[in-house]
Design a protein around this ligand. Structure first.
Ligand SMILES: Nc1ncnc2c1ncn2[C@@H]1O[C@H](COP(=O)(O)OP(=O)(O)OP(=O)(O)O)[C@@H](O)[C@H]1O
Length: 368
């Protein structure tokens, strides 16, 4: 699967620009703040129906404008696919495939698999559990439409349950029977999500260990383990029942799948506490490349790989090692941003890969 052409209108700092891409390596070079990451984000948007960086579409249109449009032409399973994302004020955002709008955005997820790697991904290891759940959900949703359907349902009922608890707190009238109704609605999607997360971690671990071994030279074994309140009480209804008093006091749902987490380990030690900066960076890179491998294996399709500034702060040897991995490995279309114009192009030129280079300057692109 590959994107052949991209046309941007009012997207972030691009007023009007179009790109023709190489089917293998695309390097986006330019100084800081010119729009390299914005371009990756536009491609991500076409695949996932949202920005990787900015949750609210309102902030994505060029300053001084109130709408944007992203058009991408893809080659997928020997068919041409035109995907258009349009955000217009006071209208629901629209995502179209070959001129036909999707009824639900979620129907598109997984159609164009994608993996993005950015420097801030190290926050996955150091921040709270929400980022790790997002990683889990992002990966499994691209593989299993039913997972995404159950996830949306679980989150909807959870929001309603929390709103009811808040309202009960304000009115001072606790309605246990209403909570029972919500708990019942959480049960089926909850069970499905939990089973899928557990199965994902099992399948993911050997791939993660293998990728980390390649990147780090085999010093330690990388793994992750799934933590869920359901491991102590496998019956979700019963679990929610046991936490009802706490929920009543705190006016929110204090247990459930929205409290799940992934624990990252190097050998038997938690990454968060013991890893050096280099180990942390290698782990997170491995995590994302393992995500790529797992999606590729399950979908029998190579996802797009978007690499933002991944050479930043790495010494020359590590950059060389990483580039060798990316160029010699079984990757499909890759996009790489770099502020150092010479670094990537020199190394790619020395290999036998088809590539195209773009110089990005303030929302304008010149093919080099
Ligand atoms: N809605 C918007 N309208 C206009 N400009 C925007 C908008 N959103 C972001 N920008 C601009 O885009 C620029 C950032 O672009 P981007 O993050 O793609 O830079 P970059 O080339 O990747 O830089 P770096 O090398 O520092 O990562 C900033 O100058 C920012 O002001």
């Amino acid at each position: 699967m590959e994107i052949t052409q991209l046309i941007l209108t009012n997207f972030k700092n691009y007023e009007k620009e179009s790109f023709q891409f190489s089917s293998q390596i695309n390097c986006l070079v330019g100084r800081n703040g010119m729009g390299k990451t914005n371009l990756l984000d536009a491609i991500y948007y076409l695949c996932m129906g949202k920005s990787y960086f900015v949750p609210n579409d309102r902030y994505l249109s060029l300053h001084g404008t109130d709408f944007f449009r992203i058009e991408g032409h893809f080659d997928r399973e020997e068919k041409r696919e035109k995907i258009v994302a349009k955000v217009i004020p006071k209208k629901k955002k629209e995502l179209e495939r070959n001129g036909v709008p999707y009824a639900k955005l979620s129907e598109h997820i997984g159609f164009l698999p994608v993996v993005i790697i950015i420097p801030d991904d190290t926050l996955l290891a150091t921040e709270g559990s929400e980022a790790r759940r997002r990683f889990l959900d992002n990966t499994i949703s691209q593989l299993d439409p039913l997972y995404l359907k159950h996830l949306i349902q679980y989150q909807k009922v959870l929001r309603q349950r929390n709103a009811a608890l808040k309202q009960m707190g304000e009115s001072g009238r606790f309605q246990e029977s209403l909570l029972e109704v919500y708990d019942l609605q959480l049960q089926m999607p909850g069970l499905y999500i939990s089973e899928k997360r557990e199965a994902f971690v099992e399948e993911f671990n050997p791939i993660l260990a293998q990728v980390y071994r390649t990147i780090s030279g085999g010093a330690e074994t990388a793994s992750c383990s799934y933590r869920s309140p359901l491991q102590k009480e496998p019956d979700l209804m019963e679990l929610l029942r046991k936490h009802r008093d706490k929920d009543r006091i705190l006016h929110r749902t204090t247990t459930g799948l929205h409290r799940d987490d992934l624990v990252f380990n190097l050998d038997e030690f938690p990454l968060k506490r013991f890893a050096s900066q280099g180990q942390l960076k290698s782990f997170i890179l491995s995590l994302k490349l393992a995500q790529y491998e797992l999606i590729k294996k399950n979908k029998n399709q190579r996802p797009l790989l978007l690499l933002d500034d991944i050479f930043d702060k790495l010494d020359h040897h590590r950059v060389d090692h990483l580039l060798a991995l990316l160029l010699d490995g079984d990757f499909g279309q890759v996009f790489i941003t770099d502020t150092d114009q010479k670094r990537v192009s020199q190394m790619i030129e020395s290999r036998d890969s088809s590539y195209r280079e773009f110089l990005i300057t303030k929302g304008k692109a010149t093919a080099l």
